[in-house]
Design a protein around this ligand. Structure first.
Ligand code: GLN
Length: 586
């Protein structure tokens, strides 16, 4: 028996003598990494990801290494096939993982690239278990939810701890306590805390405080019951964060404290905030960072001088929120216009650029199914710039092309993202090159001028589903172009992709001869990745999704360029910096 009394048996241990089974990555050292679990009660949509990322940021500022992970309950292997209308945008990581939009929040808050190790779904867990079972890894044993499935979850967390060398792993459990599909995650957390020992884990329960209009006061019962449910699963929360529109009253906090054995100062009020970037300050104010450090007995690893510097830099950024002197409106055409989560990264990227340039960027959602040549001017009269974002299928495509034509002909700043890049090529081919039948084979499979066609590599895997050209790729930038200036004269930049179609290389020469400049392309492949129109104040498109890599303190240059050009358009009499100077300044 090992010194853990066999509790932490190795993965290959299939002995039937012991009921203990908890696979460990080789070389795992207990105690090096601490764990902070964040889960939600009462209802979903409380902002667990935002809370967890803000707390992780505060610990990162203290010089601690942090690694977040989101555990999803659904059986899909990744988020690639999920409808953004139901689930929010599909966020793509540099390694090509298609995941939940919360990973975007973590990347932005921590200014850190994440990978597939930071995201898992029940689909991944079960698929791994079933593969192992077929492989004979559990010979002699019946494969059970406990200990095998929970063991797989713990293995994943410990592997992340080891690979990231983190001081703290932040674990966010999707859904709500009480959901059948995430119950085994909570059980795995309980087991992990038991195995790792005292002060190794900290449990945070987010809850919601109801405030029915008819009563005019806050009620704590739903929150109490939610926390009780967690305790019935054997988990004692260390911190309770009360979400509500308003600050949670002391009375309600006291009630929750009594019910949940959580000291009053660790039942914190977390009211709505105008910007998520203000939440780290809210958490700091109530001392959340030091509470977590104390609970995890990790104070000795904190570097206070580093923290002071990091915090000053962050406050420099947050001080500028809401202090904009100028207002502009950017029109975004989109299929899922009723759900802001579907475009979370774009909204964030615009916010980052706006804060950097002291512009209050309003968004006008444009439903393109009803846009025609006749009403385009009227619909776009009040916007200072347009974004056509990523998209799939035919719905609203003609309306988007009409908006792009209007932007091109009226010097209205334009940024096309992925589908928006492809639509800009179609518009240019039709209306400038005279290829009136130009289209994408995604929209019109038999079109006679397929300027946008399926990628050759995609043709081979067509029909398999869930396959796209995915993840971070280098883009070769053409010198002396606007893109080259915006990217600080770099010869190469890296952006993230998620597409199946591309500009058909047979049309490149014709498009370029008519004045379209492809200023970014894939190295060693004729895949066009950035386009621009030198005759226009700001007309750019990219096959990539630059919004995915915009960070609060490092706004993405194509977005900064768009906001700067739109400001110039809105305030023609003021001497505002052009897009290149604006990017240089931030
Ligand atoms: N539907 C287009 C393609 O697959 C664009 C994809 C996107 O905008 N993400 O290429």
């Amino acid at each position: 028996m090992s010194k853990d009394n066999g509790l932490l048996a190795s993965v290959s241990d299939t002995s039937t003598e012991s009921e203990f089974f908890s696979p460990m990555p080789e070389g795992y050292k207990k105690g090096k990494t601490r764990y902070c679990f964040v889960m939600g009660t009462v209802m979903s949509g409380l902002g667990k990801g935002i809370f967890s990322s803000c707390l992780a940021k505060l610990m990162q500022d203290k010089g601690l290494k942090v690694a977040p992970i989101k555990l999803e309950g659904y059986l899909n292997i990744d988020s690639g096939t999920l409808n953004p209308f139901r689930h929010g945008e599909v966020f793509v990581l540099d390694d090509g993982m298609e995941c939940d939009m919360d990973l975007g929040t973590y990347e932005r808050m921590l200014n850190q690239n994440l990978s597939k190790a930071n995201f898992t779904t029940s689909g991944q867990i079960f698929s791994s278990i079933l593969n192992k079972e077929r492989h004979g890894d559990y010979l002699g044993r019946d494969v059970q939810m406990i200990p095998h499935v929970t063991g797989e979850v713990k293995m994943k967390l410990r592997r992340l701890a080891m690979e990231s060398d983190a001081d703290i792993v932040f674990v966010e459990i999707g859904g709500t306590v009480g959901d059948l599909e995430n119950a085994y995650y909570i059980e795995a957390m309980r087991e992990l805390a038991y195995e790792e020992g005292p002060n190794s884990c900290c449990f945070v329960a987010l809850t919601y405080i109801l405030e029915p209009k008819i009563l005019g006061e806050q009620k704590s019962k739903a929150a109490q019951l939610g926390i009780k449910q967690l305790m019935q699963l054997g988990v004692q929360p260390d911190i309770v964060a009360c979400r509500a529109s308003n600050p949670t009253t002391d009375k309600v906090r006291q009630k929750i404290s009594i019910y949940s054995n959580v000291p009053f100062e660790r039942v914190i009020s977390l009211p709505d905030s105008a910007s998520i970037y203000m939440i780290p300050a809210m958490l700091r104010e109530v001392g959340m960072d030091f509470e977590v450090a104390r609970l995890l007995k990790i104070d000795d690893r904190i570097k206070l001088r580093q923290e002071r510097k990091a915090w000053a830099k962050w406050c420099d950024f947050t001080d500028r929120i809401g202090s904009a002197k100028r207002k502009i409106t950017i029109g975004i055409t989109g299929k899922y216009t009723s759900v802001r989560d579907s475009y979370a990264s774009i909204i964030n990227a615009l916010e980052h650029a706006g804060i950097a340039l002291a512009a209050d960027v309003k968004i006008k959602w444009i439903e393109t199914t009803s846009i025609t040549g006749e009403n385009a001017a009227e619909n776009l009269a009040d916007v200072d710039g347009i974004i056509v974002p990523g998209g799939f299928g035919t719905r609203g495509a003609e309306g988007k092309i009409t908006c792009i034509k209007y932007a091109r002909e009226n010097n209205l700043p334009y940024l096309g993202l992925c589908f928006g890049f492809q639509m800009a090529v179609i518009e240019f081919a039709r209306n400038v090159c005279g290829l009136t039948q130009a289209n994408s084979t995604e929209i019109e499979p038999d079109c006679s001028e397929p300027v946008i066609d399926i990628l050759p590599e995609q043709k081979k895997i067509e029909g398999l589903g869930g396959n796209m050209r995915l993840g971070g790729r280098d883009i070769e930038i053409k010198p002396q172009t606007l893109a080259w200036e915006l990217f600080g004269k770099a010869n190469s930049v890296r952006m993230r992709f998620r597409h199946r179609y591309e500009v058909d290389p047979r049309y490149i020469q014709q498009l370029e001869e008519a004045g379209l400049v492809f200023s970014g392309k894939a190295p060693n492949h004729p895949i066009m990745q950035i386009l621009e129109l030198p005759s226009h104040p700001y007309f750019m498109g990219t096959q990539a999704h630059p919004c995915l890599t915009s960070r609060p303190l490092k706004p993405q240059p194509m977005f900064v360029g768009l906001v700067a050009a739109s400001m110039q358009k809105h305030y023609p009499d003021e001497k505002l910096p052009d897009c290149i100077r604006a990017v240089q300044k931030v």
